[in-house]
Design a protein around this ligand. Structure first.
Ligand code: HEC
Ligand code: HEC
Ligand code: HEC
Length: 196
């Protein structure tokens, strides 16, 4: 051990002393806190489950899939609806017979409206014999006033001047008759005065 002289011994001694002083200084709470932030107490770490607990298939079947939705036979229901002579569905009779129960409107807050019961007799200027009859009662059973007034008809007899041609093109009565209500080919329904 020739290299270990008294001098090297002294040097090693002072290095060790210096290291101790430095270590002491470093473990002083103030210095540590300034470098690492406040000390944190050890605590338990909890992890979320990576996926839900496994449930066997039977449980899902019992909870959600116990019975198939009831099938509605729409073709049968349609076939049961009453019709006019020329074959179009008579929605007003279907309503009177209780076969359909339409909601008052799309809005949940929609309310049924009072019906209006009066006939408008329409007399064409050029051919006064070809009178047409517009009954408010059946219409207001299935429609609200707003469906026609005032977008299609003004609230005044004779206020709109229109012809059969316009109706066949889908205007005035033809907005509905020919699409959702009986077709204009069924002349008698509008041109023969209803009995009573
Ligand atoms: C399917 C369409 C339609 C609906 C729905 C409808 N009306 Fe009419 N209404 C008419 C037509 C057609 C006329 C005649 C307009 C014309 O001759 O130009 C008329 C005319 C009127 C007139 C004028 C009568 C006169 O003597 O001048 C009043 C009032 C009226 N309607 C009230 C109502 C009320 C109230 C409702 C709702 C309860 C209603 N209508 C729903 C089609 C409708
Ligand atoms: C949905 C009801 C409706 C039906 C269905 C209908 N009409 Fe009309 N028709 C009218 C109305 C309303 C007028 C106009 C009355 C007026 O001018 O005031 C009219 C007018 C007429 C006129 C008078 C001239 C003209 O062209 O306006 C004739 C003719 C006519 N219709 C024939 C027919 C024939 C034929 C059929 C069957 C193929 C028929 N209509 C079916 C409602 C109807
Ligand atoms: C907003 C739609 C609408 C308009 C516009 C309209 N109708 Fe109707 N109309 C109906 C509906 C719906 C019925 C129910 C009958 C059906 O299923 O066809 C009906 C039924 C009728 C009936 C038969 C009623 C019964 O007791 O069977 C007549 C007559 C009639 N409309 C005439 C007219 C005439 C004339 C006009 C034009 C002046 C007119 N309608 C305009 C929707 C309309």
């Amino acid at each position: 051990m020739r290299w270990f002289s008294r001098r090297t011994g002294l040097l090693a001694g002072s290095i060790a002393a210096l290291a101790l002083t430095l270590l002491n200084a470093c473990t002083a709470p103030a210095v540590l806190t300034s470098v690492l932030g406040k000390p944190v107490n050890p605590h338990e770490v909890t992890y979320e489950l990576r996926r839900p607990v496994y449930k066997p298939w039977e449980e899902f079947t019992m909870m959600y899939n116990t019975k198939a939705p009831e099938q509605t036979n729409w073709a049968e229901k349609l076939a049961a609806l009453p019709r006019y002579e020329k074959g179009d569905i008579n929605w007003v009779k279907a309503l009177d017979d209780g076969l359909i129960k339409p909601k008052p409107g799309i809005d949940d807050s929609a309310q049924d409206e009072e019906t209006e019961d009066f006939m408008v007799t329409m007399i064409p200027k050029e051919s006064p014999d070809d009178k047409a009859y517009y009954p408010h009662l059946p219409h207001t059973k299935v429609l609200s006033c707003k469906n026609c007034h005032n977008a299609i008809f003004k609230k005044k007899e004779g206020a709109s001047d229109f012809t059969m041609q316009a109706i066949k093109k889908g205007e005035f009565c033809g907005v509905c008759h020919g699409s959702v209500a009986f077709h204009p080919k069924d002349c008698d329904l509008c041109h023969v005065e209803p009995a009573g």
